[in-house]
Every structure is written in structure tokens, then in C-alpha cells.
Design a protein around this ligand. Sequence first.
Ligand code: ADP
Ligand code: MG
Ligand code: MG
Ligand code: MG
Length: 386
Amino acid sequence: MGYQAFTVQDAIERVRTLGLIGNEPVTAEEIGDGNLNLVFRIHAGDQHLILKQALPYAKVVGESWPLSLERAWIEQSALKEFAKVAIPFVPRVYHASKEEAFTVMEDLSHLTIVRAGLLEGEKYPLLAEHIGSYLARTLFYTSDFALGPVAKKQIARQYYNPDLCDITEKLIFTDPFYDAETNAIEAGLEAEVDRVWNDAELKREVAKLEALFITKGDALLHGDLHTGSIFASADETKVIDPEFAFYGPFGFDVGQFIAHLFFAAYPKYDQLREERIKDIDTFWLTFASTFKALWEREAVEPFRSADGLVEDVLSTILQDALGFAGCELIRRTIGLAPVADLEQIADPTVRLERKRHALRLGAALIKRRTECKTFTDLRNFDVTEE
Ligand code: ADP
Ligand code: MG
Ligand code: MG
Ligand code: MG
């Protein structure tokens, strides 16, 4: 059976053949945005399932960008790997097919996608703490510090994900920093964008961050940890969509999440700024304290006993994360794949002002990231008044 993109009927037939649903009447629909993947929601009797299938291309600016189907297998492998160490935060996987590039998983429709929920004023009081704990656990437990050299390399080799890494290198680190075709720059923002493009120091620092992304295989990353990859409610948090998973630097996921908390403040800045900064604070504190506790209990030697090492590792993670957060802020403001947090601001003057702010904040985080030795330094690092 070779690969073919499924219709709704195909999806129903697969889950039935797999014995995941019985002969009850079925309702099913495709609910994905269809840019990279198909997502089918299937209900039969008491059973609620999601079948996600990869498409062999990405639709990009009207064109088609070929993409390896292997990412579906990488995604389900990562979901299983993360579930081993962070089970409350990961959807259950019921079945996966390498050949047909699909995964059947738990339906999380009782939760809401965090980006959409935050835009509607929903509160997720445990989100920051949950993601702090999720990332401390997934990053620590998949790293050399927990696994030692042999087991780490055995896991790491399953996550060779060149096509998706290429997307990140291009769309996050490269295209936004010159006049690339993929960019989407709103009229009125040109002067601010020129400042970015003409800032040699900024571009050098971005190149360093890209090099770090490419070369530093610390841990198994989610790789696409924005608020659209998180389902939550007041008491539950689940992270979906790790198709960009690969062995990369500790700070990358941490930074992406921080960037999207900043974005979430923009629709109603005066009211939401303090709330989101508090979230970033809680997120980092939870991440750092959990990572440190895991290290002190479970790191392999000689790392565990090396006095002060975990503090140094955490301060590097923080600095790298702030740099990656800066790249993400710039990329989502002027690059391909804009965020609703900015685009849905109805008043064009306000929207442009927020976009300008995101670009300045991004540039400052990138250039001044090494000034931050602890998280308190970030709080004192006031780029919000420009
Ligand atoms: P893509 O990689 O194409 O972005 P996602 O995995 O993010 O695909 O899924 C796209 C959309 O499909 C999500 O925003 C959500 O609305 C829906 N979806 C995906 N997984 C689930 C799930 N487990 N339960 C319910 N809805 C889901
Ligand atoms: Mg999508
Ligand atoms: Mg997604
Ligand atoms: Mg995805």
C-alpha cells in the first residue's frame, strides 16, 4: 500500500480496519488548515479520534515546496518520546503508519488552541507552569546529561529531519533579514524593516544563532512550540505537532514559547503586558527549578557533581532562548506565517505600532541577550518603552 493523500472516507476506513472504531455510525471531517498536513476528526459511538496525515509538499506563496513524508514518523516518534518523560502534557498516540504517513491520536477537542483562546480572553492559569515543566523534562531527559553518550546518540539518529530544519533556517534565520520573496511586510512598516536589514551587528548575531541552531545537538526539541501548537483549559495543557523535532540547542523551544507569550500581549497591550510578563517569569522559574532538580537527582557523572555547572548551563539556555525569541518575534512580524495576535488588531495605527515594537524588542533581545545572567535581568531590560 503506497502513500496517497486521504479523503474523509479513507480516514474512516483506516481507523475501522485498525479496530480503533467499531461498526457504529461515524461522523468525520477534515479540520486542518491544509498547508502541510490533513487533520481528520472522527467520532463513532464513544470513540473520538484524530487522524493526522502529512502531505508531500507545503503550500508556500502560491507555490509548492516539496517536503519529506518522513516527518509524520518523526512526529509520532517524538510524541512517544515526550510522553515517556512528560506524559500529562502529550496526546496519546493510538497508531502510526510510516508508509502512509499518518498518526491516529487522542482527540483534544475538549480543550482550546491557546493562541485562539487567549485572543478570545480565555485564561490559562497553569499554562506557563505546565510548559515550564514540560520543557524541563523533555529537554533534560533527552540530553547527554541524562542519557549518557551511547543512549543519546541512538535516540538522536532517529531525528534526522533536514527538510523541516531547512524551513526553520530559511524562514526564521534567513529570509526576514533581507528582502526575500517570502516576506510579508505591511505598508507603513518599511522604515522599521530597513533598520533591521541595515543593522550589521544584528545580522551577525542572528547568523550566530542560526549556527547554534544547526550545530548544537543538546536535546530532542519540539521545534515548533508556538501557542498554536498548544491545547489547554484552566487545568490541562497538551502539546501537539512536533513534526519539526530534531536534536538542537536547549534554548530554541524555550525561546519560541517566550516569543509567543510576548505576541499574546499585543492585542490589548496596556491590559495584557503585565499578565504575559508574569507568565514568562513563571515559565522560566518553573523551567529552571525543574531542570535543576532533575539534574541534581539524575544527571550522569561527571556532570552531576561538577559544582556550579547546572547554573552555568541554565544561564546559557536563558541567553540563547532570548536570542531565539528575538528571531521569532521578527520573523512572525515580517516573514511568512504571521500571527493572528498581530494581524487581528483592527486599528491599522495600533497594529503598525505593535509590529514596530515587536521588531525593536526582537532586535534588542538578539543583541543584548548576553547581558542577561538571570531572569531578573530580563525584567530590568526595558525595551517596552521605546
Ligand atoms: P499542522 O502541522 O498542519 O499545523 P497541527 O497538528 O497543528 O497540524 O493540527 C492542525 C489543527 O488540527 C490544530 O490547530 C487543531 O485545530 C487540529 N488538531 C490537531 N491535533 C488535534 C488533536 N489531537 N485533537 C483535536 N484537534 C486537533
Ligand atoms: Mg498549520
Ligand atoms: Mg500546527
Ligand atoms: Mg505542524
